[in-house]
Design a protein around this ligand. Structure first.
Ligand code: H79
Length: 480
């Protein structure tokens, strides 16, 4: 073959290949079909209960700055912003206090499994900007500072306990010297209102860094199940703020099965009606994310057709504080989990480990109490769907379809009946059998005007929530 001709063919092949690559890179990822979405959401919809972990440099500071408590309430993961510290001052104080023990991750993983959580979402980077992985595109990360890859340690420990893994990743960044905080009036930054200390900033450079770190996180730790973005404001969101569509495309290309929340955006189509963390709308176009995230708040009703997850603290802070003692009771936590499941949502419950990675004793106790309840009653939570009843005076209900077309209703009783009769009002379906999950004993059922009645023991077997599994014929028929 003449050399010139050969070169021409090679050039054509190269340019066709490059052309195809460019064309592919510019194509938006095809929107998932409903079946594809159902397939990737399946495990998450069945899981119902996850553990959130907020852990970073703020954890060692523990809510104290210059020897004084910064407050007794509220998010101490925001301490850098609360005391208005620039990143160097903050890092100098915080880094010496961040001393992870060798086996901290195993403790988290065991606790999550013991609590009955099916997945764990932890902070790969919070607003402070310190990344827990060994990053090659910066020096403010665990690899550079501690010579450890904490993300790797955590992912391995979670997998060893059979848990699904999620990364919480903050797009807000109080460290990076090109993060142009003046572009948003609404998003927080410790230096807000002050001129940039290093002259003009080029936000595009920060975005390159953000995308590069996310690319590392999506490439180096095997399959990751959740990406939990945090967060956008109405005046700074989406493509303009984060090149969000490209970022989501990058993630999905590397992790085809991952699910992501909606917080790269803050528009009604993406599930937001305003800036409040409870300002949620029950609409979500999947191009903006897979689920919406009411924060510190349980919606009044379910949101059929929209996947949602309430995230909540055990006291009032996400990041560890020595000064926050406002712990929620076991009753509140267990009933919250039930309430959320009865509305078809997930509960992502937070622990804030200390600077050495150990979990506060109060949090261990609470998670274990939930675990003890779940051990007996877990089948009334996992893989259930929302209650068919609009309201039940004595508690909540979840349900599951059984083989053969019947339905199991899980009756979660908060207020035990005094007369030994639990009335399921308006239930017109024929009862088949009823069982107390606490001891597996069968309970008598009868049909009385206005509903099905289950005969129950005089005393509640569980003061917090006793569960009765009531099997009925067919799908639930409810008359009021
Ligand atoms: O990571 C956690 C919070 O730090 C983060 N999202 C959860 C999962 C978050 N960032 N901003 N917001 C939540 C909304 C703003 C909440 C605020 Fe506050 C209430 C800002 C000031 C009062 C909570 C308490 C954060 C700082 C103090």
């Amino acid at each position: 073959m003449p050399a010139k001709f050969h070169t021409a063919i090679v050039c054509t092949i190269i340019s066709l290949t490059i052309g195809a690559c460019v064309a592919r890179a510019q194509q938006p990822l095809a929107a998932p079909t409903p079946d594809q979405r159902d397939a990737r959401m399946k495990w998450w919809r069945e899981a119902r209960f996850g553990m959130f972990v907020h852990w970073g440099l703020y954890s060692g500071l523990a809510g104290t700055w210059d020897g004084k408590p910064v407050g007794t309430k509220g998010g101490m993961e925001w301490i850098q912003q609360r005391v208005k510290a620039d990143t160097d001052t903050y890092a100098k104080k915080a880094i010496p206090l961040f001393k992870p023990t060798p086996d901290f991750a195993r403790q988290w993983a065991r606790l999550a499994r013991e609590a009955g959580c099916r997945y764990v979402v932890f902070t790969s980077k919070h607003h402070e900007g310190f990344a827990l992985h060994d990053s090659k595109v910066g020096d403010y990360n665990a690899g550079s500072v501690l010579h450890r890859d904490l993300v790797k340690e955590i992912v391995e420990a979670l997998h060893a306990e059979g848990l699904k893994v999620g990364f919480y990743h903050s797009v807000i960044d109080w460290h990076h010297d090109q993060y142009a905080y003046e572009l948003s009036k609404q998003l927080p930054h410790p230096l807000k209102g002050q001129p940039y200390p290093n002259g003009q900033r080029d936000h595009a450079k920060y975005l390159d860094y953000l995308h590069a770190q996310v690319s590392e996180l999506m490439s180096n730790y095997g399959p990751i199940d959740v990406l939990w973005w945090d967060y956008s404001s109405q005046d700074f969101q989406g493509d303009a703020a984060w090149r969000a569509s490209d970022l989501m495309k990058l993630v999905r290309t590397k992790q085809p099965g991952i699910i992501m929340n909606n917080r790269l955006f803050r528009i009604p189509e993406a599930g937001f009606t305003g800036m409040g963390t409870n300002a949620i709308s029950s609409q979500l176009d999947p191009k903006y994310g897979d689920f919406i995230t009411p924060e510190q708040h349980i919606p009044a009703t379910g949101m059929p057709g929209v996947d949602w997850e309430t995230c909540m603290t055990l006291n009032t802070t996400w990041g560890y504080s020595d000064h926050d003692h406002a712990w929620k009771s076991d009753e509140t936590l267990i009933r919250n989990l039930i309430d959320i499941a009865s509305k078809g949502g997930n509960y992502l419950l937070n622990i804030g480990p200390k600077g050495d990675g150990s979990v506060p004793a109060e949090s261990v106790k609470s998670m274990q109490a939930i675990g003890a309840w779940m051990k007996i009653n877990g089948e009334s939570i996992y893989a259930t769907t929302a209650s068919p009843f609009a309201k039940l005076d004595w508690g909540r209900c979840t349900q599951k379809k059984l083989d053969g077309g019947s339905t199991r209703l899980y009756l979660h009783v908060f207020d035990w009946p005094k007369d030994g009769k639990l009335v399921v009002p308006g239930l017109a379906s024929k009862p088949v059998k009823a069982v107390l999950l606490a001891d597996g004993k069968a309970l008598a059922t009868s049909v009385e005007n206005g509903g099905v009645v289950v005969s129950v023991p005089a005393e509640a077997p569980d003061k917090i929530a006793t569960v009765i599994a009531l099997d009925i014929e067919g799908l639930p028929k409810i008359t009021k």
